[in-house]
Design a protein around this ligand. Structure first.
Ligand code: COI
Length: 358
């Protein structure tokens, strides 16, 4: 399908954030966005890049009532030699299609999604920040746009992509964050939609996240919804534990988002011959290991957060410091390697990087 391009009027270009070192996450958006539409039994149509702006939606649009919406998050990186890289974009688009199937929404050809991205990024290449650690965040999103109030999959959808320059996701940057273990509220249950990147998972996380924030914590660590014993994920990140010289992460059993950075850490660990196990791990085992000193490091992984060391865990009114709150050597090694590959500073033995020819 051809992608029509309507460039933004040079006189009406959006204001870029003046200071790259002060970029925050998800507040600034580039000049253009991609859009296309779907009608039942037809195919995607009217693929177009237009100036960034409001969407026109009927107030009865089904996404507004029943939350039939999915999204992805990936980044474009500017290398020191001027090249522009994407990191494993096909993984995001494969996951987008899995989310679409789970949410009864239409799929999109994965190579076409990459083609769209290339066209969009070429147009807004000036929006990609220059410093390592900052990047252009890309948010592909699909929403149910049919105006109807019966509860069923919609007939019409809008797919759009917006982008914007970002810095670190957490205000702490790469410094260790404090996480709060929720044993009262849960994020997702097996058989539910936890493994789909659908809006509801994020909405359901807000209440406990606000509670944690008031208590001085950056994020919530979720436990399984049935027994409230097994560690699941952080909501914006997957979680890894370094127990002695082994790495442990919860398995993907349906309620956890299958993160692209999670998969990259697992592959790197195998490549480096670090023992890595995907197995259920209880919060009691985690706390015991932190107390005994067997827990050498905890870190989260995510596209937005990259690698985020955890310096403190709070569970049942007690707080536990991990490694005295310092960054662990494995967290640092995974961070350096992944960021190095993303920015073309390190070799890419896995073929993860895709260059966009500008
Ligand atoms: C991402 O890491 O890209 C995410 O989608 C997490 C988030 C900020 C919602």
């Amino acid at each position: 399908m051809e992608i029509k391009i309507q460039s933004a009027d040079p006189a009406k270009r959006r204001q870029k954030p003046p200071d790259e070192s002060k970029l925050v996450f998800g507040k600034a958006f580039s000049d253009h966005m991609f859009l296309m539409d779907w009608e039942t039994q037809k195919s995607w149509k009217d693929a177009r890049i237009v100036p960034y702006g409001d969407l026109s939606l009927d107030p009865a649009a089904m996404v507004l009532h029943y939350g039939q919406g999915i999204f992805e998050g990936l980044k474009a990186y500017r290398c020191r030699n001027g090249r522009i890289h994407l990191f494993r974009p096909e993984k995001n688009f494969q996951r987008m299609n899995r989310s679409a199937r789970r949410m009864c929404m239409p799929e999109i050809d994965e190579s076409f999604q990459v083609k769209i991205l290339e066209a969009l990024i070429k147009l807004d290449v000036d929006w990609i920040p220059h410093s390592m650690g900052s990047s252009l965040y890309i948010r592909p999103t699909m929403i149910a746009s049919e105006p109807a109030l019966g509860v069923r999959p919609a007939s019409n959808y809008i797919y759009f992509i917006i982008t914007g320059p970002v810095g670190a996701y957490y205000p702490e940057g790469f410094n260790p964050i404090k996480i709060f273990v929720s044993d009262e509220y849960v994020r997702a249950v097996k058989g539910g939609v936890g493994e789909a990147k659908t809006m509801a998972n994020y909405a359901s996380s807000l209440y406990a996240a606000e509670y944690a924030k008031k208590k001085g914590f950056t994020q919530v660590l979720w436990l399984d919804a049935i027994e409230r014993r097994y560690v699941e994920e952080v909501g914006t990140m997957n979680i890894f534990f370094r127990l002695g010289d082994e790495l442990v992460t919860p398995p993907l059993t349906g309620s956890i988002l299958p993160g692209v950075t999670r998969d990259s850490v697992i592959q790197l660990a195998k490549h480096w011959k670090i023992p890595i196990t995907e197995r259920p791990i209880t919060i009691d085992e985690v706390i015991d290991a932190v107390q005994s000193g067997a827990m050498k490091e905890i870190f989260g992984t995510g596209t937005a957060a990259v690698i985020s060391p955890v310096g403190e865990i709070s569970y049942k009114e007690s707080s536990y410091r991990v490694r005295d709150g310092a960054v662990g050597e494995w967290s640092q090694r995974f961070y350096d390697e992944i960021v190095g590959i993303q920015y073309g500073e390190k070799e890419d033995p896995f073929g993860w990087v895709r260059e966009i020819k500008i």
